[in-house]
Design a binder for this molecule. Structure first.
Ligand SMILES: *Cc1c(COP(=O)(O)O)cnc(C)c1O
Length: 468
């Protein structure tokens, strides 16, 4: 087997092994880390993979990108990561009649981020154990990522986690999911301020390099390569399942998109098992920078508007640069120039040739909140299945772009359980979704949360007192 090494989109990092890439997170030259090649899977391997369950398939795929962790250890990590899910299938594929839904919300916080963060938490823990070291994770959240990150590392001896959220401004369910975790290594800070205040405090603390080194601060944000890798698995799992069971020749995916992480995993999966994945639909809510990018060939910053699919209320997509590297023909100097231009002018403009490549890689549409509610309502009326508002953006997008799909079934990624967004669901269908087992009795559990002023010095002091 050829060596698997990791490079930066901006070209100024020496090649890294997988473990180093995971510990680095963001590349030290400001870029994002990528594998130096994308393996292409042959027919015989595909036939073998079709027989595997989710966990075994995950080990095969992860094994292709990781040659510095023994196979048996990868197996243990995968087993441990998905044992917390409420179904052994991990990501079931449901046929609603009109399309397939790939349910990615069976993890402990009922959001698709669990798939990546359970895996990343276990990798971090393993690497720290090997190095006889420890880490303090610091992050800010407006909702979903915080609880998935907490559940990814709760109870781990060599990790403490500090998550800032804006007090009273995350949904009640999301706040309870974070603050009712009893493990001693979890520190929730409810900040008297906005999400931006929280993010700025976290940025300021990370920018204090002395502090960052002394307290071994780590982050768990969406740019870690291990997160993308874990997400490649379910695309291939779903595609192989439909190809073998439903007899399809190729499968299409519709992906509700915010930071471009999930759909980038789909882009990699398609390269690996070409031609089994057809179209990738990049569906956005009213925060549509990425749809404008696909349709107009121009990536330009806008203002964030709050919607009923809040985890996609993003204007600058943190994983976009990874795609840019491939679009620019593996030329890091072009990525650097483009990103510098974007920093300065808030815009990147693409050539005719690049535009046609982008439209080959993705179809895209932007779905407003009325259409999102209508998709929830129609799906419920048609087949009794309740979509969450993020998933509904993808479903509405898939229906709208139907004529662009030449062949094969459509698989819509279901990124959250509807019970996490009861208000939007009630608005659409007149009742709240049923809560799954893991969410019952949340209100009765003990809450552990420290209320703090939006003051960087005070929060640093709190971290110093509680860090490993
Ligand atoms: C994070 C999130 C998304 C967007 O995923 P990206 O990888 O940022 O594109 C979509 N839906 C839900 C429920 C999420 O939590």
């Amino acid at each position: 087997m050829q060596n698997m090494e990791y490079i930066s989109t901006r070209g100024r990092v020496e090649p890294l092994k997988f473990k180093q890439a995971v510990m680095m997170g963001l590349a030290t030259d400001g870029g994002l880390l990528l594998p130096n090649r994308i393996p292409s899977i042959d027919q015989a391997t595909i036939a073998r993979w079709q027989e595997l369950d989710y966990q075994a398939l995950a080990c095969e795929i992860i094994g292709l990108f990781v040659d510095d962790i023994p196979r048996a250890t990868i197996e243990q990590i995968v087993e441990r990561s998905y044992a917390t899910f409420d179904t052994t299938e991990v990501t079931p594929v449901i046929n609603t009649g009109k399309e397939y839904v790939l349910e990615l919300f069976h993890g402990p916080t009922l959001a698709f981020k669990d798939i990546a963060l359970q895996f990343l938490g276990n990798i971090f823990s393993l690497l720290l154990e090997e190095q006889r070291s420890c880490m303090n994770i610091l992050g800010a959240t407006s909702g979903d990522t915080g609880s998935a990150a907490i559940y990814g590392v709760k109870g781990k001896e060599n990790i403490n986690i500090f998550i800032l959220h804006p007090k009273g401004r995350v949904s009640p369910v999301q706040a309870l999911q974070m603050t009712t975790v009893p493990d001693k290594n979890v520190f929730n800070l409810a900040v008297e301020g906005t999400f931006d205040d929280c993010q700025n405090i976290v940025k300021e603390i990370f920018n204090d390099l002395d502090f960052k080194t002394r307290y071994r601060l780590g982050s768990i944000n969406s740019i870690n390569w291990a997160r993308i890798l874990a997400q490649v698995v379910y695309y291939i799992y779903a595609a192989l399942k439909l190809v073998s069971r439903a007899g399809a020749r190729r499968v299409n995916f519709s992906v509700p998109t915010g930071n471009f992480g999930d759909i980038f995993a789909g882009f990699l999966a398609r390269r690996m098992i070409n031609p089994l994945i057809g179209r990738l639909i990049l569906a956005t809510n009213e925060n549509n920078i990425l749809t404008r990018f696909v349709l107009e060939g121009r990536y330009s910053r806008g203002c964030v508007v709050p919607t009923i699919s809040p985890s996609m209320d993003i204007q600058v997509a943190s994983n976009f640069e990874r795609y840019l590297y491939y679009l620019y023909g593996h030329r890091p100097e072009r990525v650097r120039n483009a990103m510098e231009g974007f920093q300065a002018g808030g815009e990147i403009i693409f050539s005719q040739e690049e535009r046609s490549q982008i439209r080959k890689d993705f179809a895209s549409t932007s779905v407003d909140q009325e259409e999102t509610l209508a998709a929830i309502r129609e799906t419920y009326q048609d087949c009794g299945y309740v979509l969450d508002p993020h998933t509904a953006v993808g479903v509405a997008g898939a229906r709208r772009l139907k004529s662009q799909i030449l062949e094969g079934p459509m698989v819509c990624l279901a990124t959250a359980h509807p019970a996490k967004f009861p208000d939007a669901v009630r608005k659409a269908i007149g009742r709240e979704p049923e809560r799954p087992e893991s969410m019952r009795g949340l209100e009765e559990r003990d809450v552990r949360c420290k209320v703090m002023l939006a003051d960087t010095a005070l929060i640093k002091k709190y971290i110093m007192e509680n860090a490993l």
